[in-house]
Design a protein. Structure first.
Length: 205
């Protein structure tokens, strides 16, 4: 792709680093920004800069938050004895949209994937185990995607906790194997949360 401007080329190259954005889409987006009033582009740039500099991770669940303790963890009406284990904030948003879960979350920040060089030490697993060992948690719901990486992560955590006095369950397999939670419709996901099953049952499959 030939560019008449080095500034345009640089902007397109940076935009194309975003997931799912190729060079042609990046060019279309950059040209769209160019047609907008300068202040609109400034608003976008400022929003991204403030987001990147000021965003926090909740000290309790590791969800993305504006403050040290996210709104979910700070909500006294939520049941802190039930924790739903998810990969990232997209899964929290997907489950929250079902309005079927009233507990807390624990965001791992990914899944175990040896191919990608991601091991247990790269995820927020130690803090989850410590949270359970403190004795306040009564149930842990595994809500990772039903992929090989998700199942591996579930099993690893299960092995760390199987001797503790806690109920370990997993969302019902109304979600097709290989599907990501964020792409599952709200009704199916909501039913999968409500109809969760003991994690040991999933090991027999």
């Amino acid at each position: 792709m030939e560019f008449s401007s080095k500034l345009l080329e640089n902007a397109v190259n940076e935009m194309s680093q975003l997931p799912g954005i190729g060079k042609r889409t990046a060019l279309r987006l950059v040209l769209h920004l160019l047609r907008q009033p300068k202040e609109h582009t400034g608003y976008l740039a400022d929003a991204l800069k403030v987001f990147r500099n000021d965003i926090k991770l909740c000290k309790n669940c590791h969800n993305i938050s504006d403050v040290d303790l996210c709104e979910i963890c700070a909500n006294e009406k939520r049941n802190s004895e039930i924790i739903c284990v998810v990969e990232d904030i997209r899964d929290v948003m997907a489950i929250e949209n079902t309005a079927q879960f009233k507990g807390h979350y624990h965001v791992l920040g990914g899944k175990i994937s040896p191919i990608e060089g991601i091991g247990p030490h790269n995820l927020m697993i130690d803090s989850l185990v410590e949270k359970v060992k403190n004795g306040h948690v009564k149930e842990l719901i595994f809500a990772l995607s039903s992929t090989m990486e998700g199942d591996t992560t579930n099993f690893y955590i299960y092995k760390q906790l199987q001797d503790l006095d806690i109920r370990l369950s997993t969302i019902a397999r109304g979600i097709s194997v290989g599907d990501e939670l964020e792409y599952t419709d709200e009704v199916t996901l909501g039913r999968s949360i409500i109809n969760r099953v003991p994690f040991e049952n999933s090991l027999r499959g």
